[in-house]
Design a protein around this ligand. Structure first.
Ligand SMILES: [Zn+2]
Length: 55
């Protein structure tokens, strides 16, 4: 059985893994792993980089 929503809401590609977008992303449908990490990066850029202005 093929689900009707088995395509990525962003790139319309097939979903290898189904990722649910955050509500704040305003994305309807599911995301593939590629677009999910892309969105994560867009909304949470540089989580490992901290602005450290000590001087
Ligand atoms: Zn995608």
């Amino acid at each position: 059985m093929v689900e009707p929503n088995s395509r990525c809401a962003l790139c319309n590609g097939p979903l290898d893994h189904v990722y649910q977008p955050m509500e704040t992303w305003n994305v309807k449908g599911s995301l593939c792993s590629k677009c999910y990490s892309k969105k994560i990066f867009e909304h949470y850029p540089g989580t490992h980089e901290r602005v450290n202005k000590s001087n």
